[in-house]
Design a protein around this ligand. Structure first.
Ligand code: 3PG
Ligand code: MG
Length: 398
């Protein structure tokens, strides 16, 4: 079986090591609002520095589409890294050519250098081989630690590996180990929790999970479409009516694969999606025509908690209700806390990721309790769709 190449196999002392990270951190008014992606990259960066490498950091930021935009510079990120790492970080104002080379030459062994936003060059997203070569010229070894961009075949995630010895960093390694444990070699029973607003964005995920999970719990706005497809009156709820046939088809695929699709048993409804809107719990047969479903109710929560107690592995993507607004986060919070408690008691392996999931789990105070919470959005989804990620495929030994 192909195996992931890791830092364990390399001697990096005195070498220039190019590390592709994902420092595409959330920023408001020039201030970073969440440093998780920087914090998590530190393990690899510190290990390399500790082994005497010159650590040359590559990242994209935002979507500048091949043009230099001052507000998408990585300079503020370099300052944040210096603070978090507690050491000076050199910044080079281009990721290729003389500015990069000079900054790297001047840096000491064990030092950190950040090169400017890769996406200031259109050639990055085009995976242009000349650009990949120009990046590679500034290093001796390439370490890929950006799982969250690994679904993109870009020069810094795929192309560069054709020019340098290339391995996965510790964060990439942890992401892949967690996902493999939850999805490819899991202990059964496996429960997949799939929430979020739209079924249409999760069709491939659901199709793939039918083959992997014993039960798929459908939550969020998506569940309304399944309920509607079953003939349940859902009032003014968010629903993709044109997806009803496909929802029914997924239920058939699941049944044939021996996988149970689990839908809500009751609902919390309100007449508006707004903080403090008057809400009540109703049976699914009693959703008023002029109200909308915004969360699962207590019967559904108890049902899911019972199922989780009998499970060994949980894969979680997406919230169960409209978690951004209180009290419609109650279902997500209660179920997420149960997963965290069972995990902390050693009864469950739990892996979560994708889009809103991290925010929803953090809001529940459950994030720390999960076995692993991925920092990736699109890449996590493509992995659970069963796709091969170009930035991972190039790191496998044959
Ligand atoms: C992300 O934030 O999802 C990753 O950094 C990838 O960014 P992208 O969607 O612009 O490629
Ligand atoms: Mg994205």
């Amino acid at each position: 079986m192909a195996e992931l190449k890791t830092l364990d196999t390399l001697d990096v002392a005195g070498k220039r090591v190019l590390v592709r990270v994902d420092f595409n951190v959330p920023m408001r008014d020039g201030k970073i609002t969440d440093t998780t992606r920087i914090d998590r990259a530190l393990e690899t960066l510190n290990e390399l520095a500790g082994k005497g490498a010159k650590v040359v950091i590559l990242s994209h930021f935002g979507r500048p589409k091949g043009e230099v935009h001052a507000d998408m510079s990585l300079r503020p990120v370099a300052d944040a890294l210096a603070k978090i790492a507690g050491k000076p970080v050199t910044f080079a104002d281009d990721c290729i050519g003389a500015p990069a080379r000079d900054a790297i030459d001047a840096a000491p062994d064990g030092g950190f250098v950040i090169l400017e936003n890769l996406r200031f060059h259109a050639a990055e997203e085009k995976n242009d081989p000349d650009f990949a070569r120009a990046l590679a010229e500034n290093g001796d070894i390439f370490v890929s630690d950006a799982f969250s961009v690994a679904h993109r075949a870009h020069a810094s995630t795929e192309g560069i590996t054709h020019f340098l010895p290339s391995v996965a960093g510790r964060l990439m390694q942890a992401e892949i180990e967690a996902l493999t444990k939850a999805l490819d070699t899991p202990t059964h029973p496996v429960i997949a929790v799939v929430g979020g607003a739209k079924v249409s964005t999760k069709m491939a995920v659901l199709g793939h999970l039918c083959e992997k999970a014993d039960q798929i719990v459908i939550g969020g706005g998506m569940a309304n479409t399944f309920l509607y497809a079953n003939g349940v009156g859902i009032g003014k709820s968010l629903c993709e009516k044109d997806m009803a046939d496909q929802a029914r088809a997924i239920v058939d695929v699941a049944r044939n694969a021996g996988c149970e699709i689990v839908l809500p048993l009751d609902a919390v409804v309100a007449d508006a999606f707004a903080e403090g809107a008057a809400s009540k719990t109703v049976a699914l047969s009693d959703v008023p025509d002029d109200m909308m479903i915004l969360d699962i109710g207590p019967k559904s929560i108890a049902d899911l908690q019972g199922r989780l107690k009998a499970a060994k592995t949980v894969l979680w993507n997406g919230p169960l209700g409209a978690f951004e607004v209180t009290p419609f986060n109650a279902g997500t919070n209660a179920v997420a806390r149960t997963v965290a408690e069972l995990t902390e008691a050693g009864k469950l392996l739990s892996v979560a990721g994708g889009g809103d999931t991290v925010a929803a789990l953090a809001g529940a105070g459950a994030e720390q309790g999960f076995s692993y919470v991925s920092a990736a959005g699109g890449a996590f989804l493509e992995w659970i769709e069963g796709k091969s990620l170009p930035g991972v495929a190039v790191l496998m030994s044959v």
